[in-house]
Design a protein around this ligand. Sequence first.
Ligand code: MN
Length: 251
Amino acid sequence: MNLDMHCHIDLYKNHYGVIEQIKKKGLYVLSVTTTPKAYLGTKKLVGDYNKIKTALGFHPELAHLRYDEVDIFDLLLPQVKYVGEIGLDGSAAYKQYANVQLDLFKHIIRKVHSHGGRVMSIHSRLSAQYVINELRNIDGLPVFHWFTGTKDELRDAINLGAWFSVGPAMLKSRSGREILALIPKDRLLTETDGPFGKFNGEILFPWDVDKAIELIANCWEWEIKDTKLKIMDNFKELVRLNNSSGNQMIG
Ligand code: MN
């Protein structure tokens, strides 16, 4: 049993084939969407198969292009258990839209807060400190995906009560492995970010979390099987917290 806590099933060319393989392998998957409009169609791909959950997302890179879909987000939020991907992106191409990104992110997390909190898959490229500051006093369970912030930012995110999903693409770099070593074992989950996530030039599929498990086991100096069990235990705990009403941040 393995977990992919952040991938984009609807964006694989052969998404039905991918879903078949996920089922065959018994993987647990969080299928995150990049726009609110994509949510219902993406959820429909998996029917009521319960090991694949669909998250209502609004990617920060699309904030300036799709802002009007915020109404769809608001409409759908009461019926979803998972939100993401959401967040901020401070990279060169998107910095110019910082204000609209921030407006959207604030709106989304306040809605989440007013609806009792949710698991949120969080994008924070070159903006971790801003994301962390906005998440203070917001009810919910943020899971930073592919965290690339500084060690100080990581400490602040940990103090906030955040969780982290890491994948092969992140862990192939030394800085990614340095971050991994500092993440509390109880707050760690695995992901691929496929089909965006790549490893040695190849698109990652949800079952490629195996590669992340290997790298985590290496870092922890644990057996592969114990590492897998720990990640699944963590996931079960996150789901339990998400299902208990009025979930709150730890810090
Ligand atoms: Mn993503």
